[in-house]
Design a protein around this ligand. Structure first.
Ligand code: PHE
Length: 346
C-alpha cells in the first residue's frame, strides 16, 4: 500500500468509527489514538526521515491534508454531541405546569413571640417605648450598675455563662435599664424591654437555662409606689382579664427599694384555690419595686429630682398561664405537635 492509500484508509476508518461514537469521552479517546504521539500520523512522520526531499514534500503535504480532514470531522462530531446534550437536557428539564404543586405547610408564630407581641401592643398603647439591649453583656451593666457589686450574695441566684472575666450572657433584662438611663441623660423614661436571658439552671418543668423576660422602667417627676401599684393592677387586668386583682408582698431586689413580689388572683379558679394556684388563690407573676437611689445615681439621675419604678415578668410564665402549658421545655424542644396544637388554640 502506498502512503497515500494508507492515509485514505485511516481517514475512512476513523470517519466510519465516528459515526457510532455516542459520548464525548469516546470521541476524545479516538482523537488521542489517531492524532496522538503513538498514532498513525506520528508513525508516518517518523518514517519520513528516510525519504528524499521531494518525497518528504509530497508526503508531508498529503499527510497534513488528511490530518486536517480528520480534525474537522472530529470537531463536527463534538459539536453534534454538544448539541445533542443540550437538547436532551432541555427535554428532561421541561416543567409540566399542569402538575399539582408541592404543598407548603404554613407555620405559625411561636407562642413566646406571640406573648411578647401581645405585651408590646399593650404597653405601647399605654405610652411605653420598646427598648433593646445586648444579650452578651458586661459584668458592669448586668450587675454593678444595678447595685450588685462583686461578691454580693444576690449574684448567686443569677449565676450565668461567662465568656471571660468581663463579658457574660445577661441573666436579666435589667441592664437595659442602666443602658437606657445613660442614653436619656437625666430625662424621664417610659420603656419596656423584652429579651432572652440566661442562667446556670438545671432544666426542668419550670426552669430553663435560657428564657425570656419582659422588663419595664418608668422614671419621672413625683412618681410614687401608688403609681407602681396602679400600673401593675392595670397590667394584670389587661394581661389576664378584667376581674383580676393584685397583691403585693415585700421582697428584695438589689436595684429596687422597696421591692415587691406581685401576685395576681388566679385566672383559672378566680381566687378560689385550685391546682394551678396550689390552692392559694394567688399566682406570683412579677417582680417590681421603686428604682434604688444608688442605681439612679450610678446612671446619672438625681434621686431628689426624678424617681420611678421597674418591673420584670417572665415571658414563659405568662405564656404558660395564658395557654395552660405545664412544662417550660415545650417552648424549646421544637416538637411540631406542640406548635401545631398552639396553632389550633389560636
Ligand atoms: N431582674 C429581676 C430578676 O430577674 C426582675 C425584676 C425586674 C425585679 C425589675 C424588679 C424590677 O429577678
Amino acid at each position: 500500500m502506498t502512503i497515500k492509500e494508507q492515509l485514505e484508509q485511516i481517514v475512512s476508518d476513523v470517519k466510519e468509527r465516528l459515526i457510532s461514537i455516542k459520548s464525548k469521552v469516546d470521541l476524545m479517546n479516538e482523537k488521542a489514538n489517531v492524532l496522538g504521539k503513538k498514532g498513525p500520523f506520528a508513525q508516518i512522520m517518523a518514517n519520513m526521515r528516510n525519504l528524499s526531499i521531494e518525497e518528504k514534500k509530497e508526503i508531508g503535504q498529503i499527510t497534513n491534508v488528511a490530518k486536517q480532514e480528520l480534525e474537522t470531522a472530529i470537531q463536527d462530531k463534538l459539536n453534534e454531541l454538544n448539541e445533542e446534550e443540550i437538547n436532551k437536557r432541555l427535554l428532561e428539564e421541561t416543567v409540566d405546569v399542569t402538575m399539582p404543586g408541592m404543598k407548603l405547610s404554613l407555620g405559625t408564630i411561636h407562642p413566646l413571640n406571640q406573648t411578647i407581641m401581645d405585651l408590646e401592643d399593650l404597653f405601647i398603647s399605654m405610652g411605653y417605648e420598646v427598648a433593646d439591649g445586648p444579650e452578651i453583656e458586661t459584668d458592669e451593666y448586668c450587675f454593678e450598675k444595678l447595685n450588685l457589686p462583686k461578691g454580693h450574695p444576690a449574684r448567686d441566684m443569677q449565676d450565668t455563662f461567662y465568656i471571660d472575666t468581663v463579658r457574660l450572657l445577661r441573666s436579666q433584662t435589667s441592664p437595659v435599664q442602666a443602658r437606657t438611663m445613660e442614653l436619656k441623660n437625666g430625662q424621664p423614661i417610659k420603656i419596656v424591654c423584652p429579651g432572652k436571658v440566661y442562667r446556670r439552671d438545671q432544666d426542668d418543668a419550670t426552669h430553663s437555662h435560657q428564657f425570656m423576660q419582659f422588663e419595664g422602667l418608668v422614671l419621672g417627676h413625683n412618681i410614687s409606689m401608688a403609681d407602681l401599684k396602679g400600673a401593675l393592677s392595670e397590667i394584670a387586668k389587661k394581661m389576664f382579664g378584667q376581674d383580676r386583682k393584685i397583691r403585693l408582698r415585700p421582697s428584695f431586689f438589689p436595684f429596687t427599694e422597696p421591692s415587691v413580689e406581685v401576685d395576681v388572683s388566679c385566672m383559672r379558679c378566680n381566687n378560689q384555690g385550685c391546682p394551678t394556684c396550689k390552692g392559694t388563690g394567688w399566682i406570683e407573676v412579677l417582680g417590681a419595686g421603686m428604682v434604688n437611689n444608688n442605681v439612679l445615681r450610678m446612671s446619672g439621675y438625681d434621686p431628689d429630682k426624678i424617681q420611678g419604678f421597674a418591673f420584670g415578668v417572665g415571658v414563659e410564665r405568662v405564656a404558660m398561664l395564658k395557654y395552660g402549658i405545664d412544662d417550660i421545655r415545650n417552648f424549646y424542644t421544637n416538637d411540631i405537635r406542640f406548635i401545631r396544637k398552639f396553632k389550633e388554640v389560636k
